[in-house]
Design a protein around this ligand. Structure first.
Ligand code: RFL
Ligand code: PHB
Length: 394
């Protein structure tokens, strides 16, 4: 078995793992990223698109904001339409002084890989059978197979950034973890098309279910519709998708949607999940490894970024000053923001979707709440404060 040594072993080369490696490097802390998939696979995954301003600032501060500032679309907030005619705007700039940024997760991941490559960072991809050892000791180890040979990485800390299906969370003994979970009885069918998007990101609550018009750049649009959990992509040729998307929006908005051939189409189930605590011994979880939110509200990637902000600060204080307080408090601090976003995403999902068991009472309550949000300045401010993202704690 071949052996290497580092300070922080980072499991997972998605946005959380790559950003952590970048921030640790800026603090003079060595790390190795171990990723299960090939780099091509990681870069092909199409996911998030909307950044909170706090995330924009963390990315800038991490030295990976240049392309985002050139190509990202800064906007004032998001529209919501319902009942085929009513509309409101979650104008976060007006309500809480913070705009939003449309910039794809694919681009962020690419920017991070470029930054890591430029400094010759250690990233091991296509690693198989990744296993964590000695997490409750001060010298944990990670073993994995690479090109058929067993490898061992000795380290001082392990950062579990390996997403919902990773090994890190499962390496915390079952009796130490508490899991909170909610599954929703529908999914999102999403497409990407090389067509100009609408000016605004707009969510729709319609009789036929939720729909969303989003964007990546001036010639790249992202659209979603609520679908059944057992929906099959083969049943959704582009024509059917566009037709269904358009009937869920008021006529004037549908008329502005430019359709075209899709370049990607996928279905994602919706789930809320939080695992507590987010640390165990020398293992610290960040991002989807510890929590999942439904995409309504666009919080998942933003939470991965705030976890990494807290974790990189905690490790920097430990290595710089021998101060363990932030590491000790990491789980509690991160979880306060996680639960804020988990609650908000759950609330917005309930407000905007059609559920199979909804009664006429439930539908009138949804309508009432949207109407109230449209006319109450104080309610609007509270919602915008959460949509724009709660501030990071000192
Ligand atoms: P990721 O991106 O899943 O990366 C984890 C990485 O770990 C690797 N891995 C392993 N590596 C080594 N050993 C193992 N045993 C491993 N197991 C897994 C994986 O291959 C992968 O590369 O998690 P991370 O870094 O925490 O990032 C989280 C975000 O990807 C996620 O929260 C967002 O994409 C969620 N999300 C959105 N978030 C937003 O903030 N704004 C949005 O607009 C938004 N839209 C979305 C979304 C997620 C969606 N889907 C598909 C669920 C829209 C959709 C449709
Ligand atoms: C996206 O652009 O992919 C997106 C936008 C808003 C959401 C979720 C996803 O709430």
């Amino acid at each position: 078995m071949s052996q290497t040594q580092t300070q922080v072993a980072i499991i997972g080369g998605g946005p959380a793992g790559l950003l952590l490696s970048q921030r640790l490097h800026l603090e003079g802390i060595r790390s190795v990223v171990i990723e299960r998939q090939s780099r091509e696979h990681v870069l092909e995954r199409i996911r998030a698109g909307v950044l909170e301003w706090g995330s924009v600032e963390v990315l800038r501060d991490s030295g990976v904001g240049q392309r985002m500032d050139l190509e990202g679309h800064v906007h004032d907030g998001t529209g919501i339409v319902w009942g085929g005619e009513h509309r409101l705007s979650l104008n976060t700039r007006a309500a809480v002084g913070r705009p939003m940024m449309a910039y794809g997760q694919t681009n962020i991941t690419e920017d991070l890989y470029n930054a890591l490559d430029a400094r010759g960072a250690s990233i091991i991809d296509s690693a198989e059978d990744v296993t964590l050892h000695g997490l409750d000791t001060s010298n944990p180890r990670v073993t994995y197979d690479k090109n058929g040979a067993r490898q061992e990485l000795e380290c001082e800390f392990v950062a579990g950034c390996d997403g919902f299906h990773g090994v890190s969370r499962e390496s915390i003994p079952r009796n130490v973890r508490t899991e909170y979970e909610k599954n929703y009885p529908f999914g999102w069918l999403g497409i990407m098309s090389e067509t100009p998007p609408l000016d605004e990101i707009i969510y729709a609550n319609s009789d036929r279910g939720f729909a969303l018009c989003s964007q990546r750049n001036p010639m790249l649009s992202r659209y979603y519709i609520q679908c059944d959990l057992d929906a099959n992509l083969n049943d959704w040729p582009d024509e059917r998708f566009w037709e269904e998307l358009k009937v869920r929006f008021p006529q004037d908005i549908s008329a502005s949607i430019v359709t075209g051939t899709s370049i990607e189409k996928s279905i994602a189930p919706l789930r809320s999940f939080v695992s507590e605590p987010m640390s165990y011994g020398r293992l610290f979880l960040a991002g989807d490894a510890a929590h999942i939110v439904p995409p309504t509200g666009a919080k998942g990637l933003n939470l991965a970024i705030s976890d990494v902000f807290y974790l990189s600060r905690a490790l920097a204080c430990f290595y710089r000053e021998g101060e363990e307080r932030f590491l000790r408090d990491y789980s509690e601090t991160a979880l306060r923001r996680v639960w804020g976003a988990a609650r908000f995403s759950w609330w917005l999902t309930n407000l905007l979707h059609r559920f199979p068991d909804q009664t006429t009472f439930d539908l009138r309550a949804q309508e009432q709440e949207l109407g109230y949000l449209a006319q109450s300045e104080s309610y609007m401010k509270a919602v915008c404060e959460q949509y724009a993202g709660l501030p990071f704690e000192d």
